[in-house]
Design a protein around this ligand. Structure first.
Ligand SMILES: C[S@@+](CC[C@H](N)C(=O)[O-])C[C@H]1O[C@@H](n2cnc3c(N)ncnc32)[C@H](O)[C@@H]1O
Length: 237
């Protein structure tokens, strides 16, 4: 499916393209027991900022998967320049190219929303070990909207739907995750930390329309700041 917003992120090579960026990723991971024996899937890795961080910090086996080839090329370049032994796979979360029960953790940062949840969640469940953990940062609808507002957001981001926190929880449970813990990130964002985490890998000759898409994203984020939030979901089988 064509998605102008995701194409835009790929062309600008936006690293840490999820709410909270790398600082939030670090906080989430620091609460988990991760050592070099663990196997982690960064599902929808984008340009690989998170995978690189995990590989460097924990020296465990990291697999980066994305369906966008431009994103993966940029991720590969990052890993090569940092000499990190990260496995890179092109594929969809809706039909994962892995055997069952492979991963201790799946990290999915602002990805499931863009996919068919009824395909992605059973796939995540299948490739996780029996005691594996899914960590997902996802967009949530905080307040009711008009039909017109919903359509604007759904069309702009190219997502199949907007879900509330409880709708997400029900879906995780429906697709086999028995324990779902939800967190709202209440920590103030450290601007300095966020700046350090920001990184871009720009493609050459980016069409003007993609600059407009970035501006529109900024505008929508401001206009809908009461409506769109995010949560951290920690899901176990
Ligand atoms: C908002 S970006 C987040 C990227 C990355 N997780 C990060 O935080 O920087 C969403 C990513 O999900 C990828 N994606 C969307 N649908 C996907 C699917 N069905 N399978 C694999 N990747 C997908 C996109 O290509 C994009 O790289």
């Amino acid at each position: 499916m064509n998605n102008n917003y995701l194409d835009c992120l790929a062309l600008f090579g936006v690293g840490g393209a999820h709410p909270g960026g790398l600082p939030l990723t670090k906080r989430i991971l620091s609460k988990e027991e991760i050592d070099e024996t663990k196997s982690i899937l960064d599902a929808g890795c984008g340009t690989g900022q998170t995978s690189a961080y995990i590989s460097k910090k924990y020296q465990c086996h990291v697999t980066s998967l994305d369906c966008n080839k431009m994103m993966l090329d940029k991720a590969r370049k990052r890993y090569l320049s940092l000499q990190l032994p990260i496995e890179v796979k092109h594929g969809s979360t809706e039909n994962l190219p892995f055997d069952k029960g492979l991963f201790d953790f799946i990290l999915s940062e602002s990805v499931i929303s863009f996919t068919d949840v009824s395909l992605t969640l059973p796939e995540f469940n299948r490739v996780l070990k029996p005691n594996g953990v899914l960590l997902a940062i996802e967009m949530v609808q905080e307040k009711p909207t008009t039909e017109g507002e919903r359509t604007t957001l759904i069309n702009f981001y190219g997502v199949p739907q907007l879900l509330t926190e409880s709708e997400w929880c029900n879906l995780f449970k429906k697709f086999g995750f028995k324990h779902v813990h939800v967190e709202e990130d209440m920590q103030p964002i450290d601007e300095m930390d966020l700046e350090l985490g920001a990184d871009f890998a720009l493609s050459e000759d980016i069409d003007g329309k993609y600059f407009e898409i970035l501006e529109k994203h900024e505008q929508l984020t401001e206009d809908y700041k009461e409506v769109l939030g995010f949560r951290i979901f920690r899901c176990c089988k």
